[in-house]
Every structure is written in C-alpha cells, then in structure tokens.
Design a protein around this ligand. Structure first.
Ligand SMILES: Cc1ncc(COP(=O)(O)O)c(C=O)c1O
Length: 412
C-alpha cells in the first residue's frame, strides 16, 4: 500500500487525452520514422534575429540575473499598454491594468485560482481548449459548457444560463479566434458580452492567444475595446504565437484592475517573476517587429490554403479558418461513423505518419472533428495530405477485403 495520497484536485482530473498520441509520436521518432506533426499549435519558425540578439546581450548583463518583479518590469508593461493603444485604441494604466505572466496559460490558470472557489460556476465555450475547463476545475469551480459555433446562439445561451442557474455563474471564459474551432467574432459580439456581464454580474476572461494570427484582411477585435469591458473583465495575450516565442513563456493579462490585483497577489506567492533578459528582449519584439508578425500571418495563410486545398481535393470539406493556427476539420463519412475520432487520429499516425489532434481531446463536442495545426511548411503539408490519402485508401481496401459493406450513411 502506498503512503502517497495525492490531492483530489489532481485525482479528479481526467486522463490526458493526447498522452496516447504523444507516446506513439515519440516511439515512431525513436524508431527513425519521419512524423509530420500537425498536432500541437507549437510554432516552428524562429523569433526575429534582433530579439535573440537582445536576449543574448541582456543575458550577459550581470544585473539581469537576480529575481525580477513578479508582475513584470515597468518598461515591458508600458510597451504592452502602448501596443493595446496602437492596435485597438485601448488605454491601459501599465501600473495597475497590465501584468506579465509566465505564458498566458500560467496567467489564466492562476486567474481562475484568484476568482473561483467551491460552489462557483464558469461558463466555457465548447469544444474547449483544455485549460479553460481544467483551470476552473483545479480552482475547485464548476463548469457549464455552451456551444461556441454560432455566436448569436452562444450569447442567448449565456443569457438563458444566467436566468435559470442558481446560484448564477460567476465567470465567463471567451476565446476568439477560438481554439480549436477557429470561430471568430466582430467587436459587436463583445459589446453584447459587456451588456450581459453587467446585467448578470459576470466576470469575463478573454483568452486572446491568437490575436496576432489572422488572414484575408480580418483583424481580430479585442474584448477590451468594447465600452465598459474593463469594468467587468480581463484579456490574456501572448508572445507564443505571432512572435514565435512559445518556449520563452511570456504572456500578459490586461484589463480590470481588481482582477489583475488578485492575480498579482497569487503570483506574488507563487513566483518571483520572469527572467529579466527575456522581458527586455520582449520589449524589443513588441517595439520593433510588427512587420515580422504580419509576415508570419501571411506564412500561416499560405499554409492554410495549401492544407485546405489538399483536403478539398481529397473530397473533404474543410472549415477554412479566418484566423488562428488550426484547421478544424469534420471527419468525413464513412470514417466518422466507423470509428472514434481518437482511433481515426491514431490510424493516421500509425499508418500515415501524420500526427493530428483528435477533436475529442477538446471535450465531447469535438467528437467527429480533427484539429490540424499549421506549424509545418507547405511542402510538408502537401506530403501530409498525400499520406492521409494513401492511408485511407489502404484502410478502405482492408475494410472491403474483410467483407465490410458501407451504406450511404456510413454505417457498416
Ligand atoms: C487558446 C490558447 N490559450 C493559451 C495558450 C497558451 O499560450 P501561452 O504559450 O501563452 O501559455 C494556447 C496555446 O496553445 C492557446 O491555444
């Protein structure tokens, strides 16, 4: 009998759904297979040279190796405020309305801890980015998921939930451009959110991780640009995606000062702030690399077109995203009826050497979908489509050889 009794907050977490896939990717790579990785939204392009140079220069300065401030250095918070003003016309007080986080995921989780407790409920859009649900669960809160696909319906579902649930939900989590579904909204959506938040006493967290990655002239709006938003909520942004700095772990939370203060209090106990050299290099990135961030979106747009064209040529019907780093792809029949999303993804990996994320990794609403990320280059994406096609042809032949008959509806 083990003496180790792990806390319930750990044991009540579900098994990590991507574990099986990650293990197979590892085993295949160890065996020398070339796996095309369309699973995680983990950028593969490097940050700008000048940012890396600044990091190296700052790392050589002995003054930068001490503990830093847990809410971030003042110049970086000022730069984040300047970006919000330039891009969204939002004025922020860098002292009380901006905080630096060790990646936006860390900030988000600790914000949940700062806002939620036993008996509190959060509304989360589904399918969901896992930390949107488990950040709340780890803070002992409850979650109600509402479908994100139709934004008008999502708003009316929020109102209905607030009218009918007792005690009322306390927190509304938003994420646009949405991961995994790539749903986007316009500013008017956030105007309505602010009205609902004020009417029902909801606090809002907007996860704006894909703020910098958008296509075809679309500009993702900021929640904070809606009138009164700062009275009811905060917004997280990150340097992981548009700036290709995912491994650096640098993100920001901006907006309502009471919520930021609560996050700062928690962070003050948990961490000593980010390596100062990273913060200094991040200032350079924010100040001088706008053009590169835009160029990166153009690169993702090219990859999106390559992948969606390839899938369409196979007879699939891709959801062509306007922003973000993913194609949220419905699995076509007969495969959708034949096997679970997880088994389908495992088959593509095992037989086709293409790793994708099964939609069920984003909750039950993701069943029947695959999330394919745009982190590989266009040649590799073309190769991925060829592999998928070949893999499905072989599986179909096997299916037929076994004497399985597929009806129109895809049911054997
Ligand atoms: C919606 C969303 N939020 C947050 C994150 C995490 O970002 P960060 O690297 O800033 O922690 C991701 C990363 O995949 C994401 O997709």
């Amino acid at each position: 009998m083990s003496h180790i009794q792990v806390a319930q907050r750990v044991t009540r977490l579900p098994p990590y759904l991507f574990g099986r896939i990650n293990k197979m990717i590892y085993d295949k790579r160890t065996a020398g297979d070339d796996v095309i990785e369309l699973g995680m939204g983990n950028p593969s392009d490097p940050p700008q040279e000048m940012v890396i140079d600044k990091l190296a220069e700052a790392a050589r300065d002995p003054r930068n190796h001490r503990y830093s401030k847990s809410n971030g250095i003042a110049n970086l918070r000022r730069e984040v405020g300047a970006k919000y003003f330039k891009k969204y016309g939002v004025r922020l007080d860098p002292t009380d309305e901006v905080i630096v986080c060790l990646g936006s995921k860390e900030g988000f989780s600790h914000m949940c801890l700062a806002m939620m407790g036993p008996g509190d409920t959060a509304i989360v859009p589904s399918p969901y980015f896992p930390v949107h649900v488990y950040g709340v669960a780890l803070a002992s809160g409850n979650v109600i998921t509402l479908p994100v696909a139709n934004s008008d319906k999502f708003l009316s579902d929020i109102a209905y939930t607030c009218e009918t649930l007792y005690p009322r939900p306390k927190l509304l989590i938003l994420c646009y451009p949405h991961n995994p579904s790539s749903v986007v909204v316009e500013q008017g959506f956030y105007d309505e959110v602010v009205k609902l938040a004020k009417k029902y006493g909801l606090m809002v967290i907007s996860d704006f991780a894909y703020a910098d990655v958008a296509f075809d002239g679309y500009h993702p709006p900021s929640f904070l640009a809606s009138k009164g938003a700062i009275d009811v909520g905060v917004e997280f942004t990150t340097m992981s995606k548009g700036y290709n700095m995912a491994g650096w772990r640098i993100g920001f939370c901006c907006g309502n000062r009471e919520m930021i203060q609560a996050l700062a209090t928690i962070k003050g106990y948990y961490d000593y702030g980010m390596f100062q050299a990273i913060q200094i290099a991040a200032i350079v990135a924010l100040r001088h690399t706008d053009a590169a961030v835009e160029e990166q979106s153009v690169i993702y747009q090219g990859r999106r077109d390559t992948l969606c064209d390839g899938l369409a040529r196979m007879g699939w019907e891709p959801n062509v995203p306007k922003a973000g780093m993913f194609v949220w792809q419905p699995i076509p029949e007969p495969w959708r009826s034949r096997m679970s999303t997880m088994d389908f993804a495992m088959m593509l990996l095992e037989k086709g050497n293409v790793a994708v994320s099964p939609g069920s990794g984003f909750g039950p609403a993701g069943e029947g979908f695959l999330r394919m990320s745009l982190v590989e280059n266009e040649n590799r994406l073309k190769q991925a489509v060829r592999h998928i096609k070949q893999c499905l042809k072989e599986a179909e032949d096997e299916w037929t050889a076994k004497g399985e008959v597929t009806t129109e509806a895809g049911k054997p």
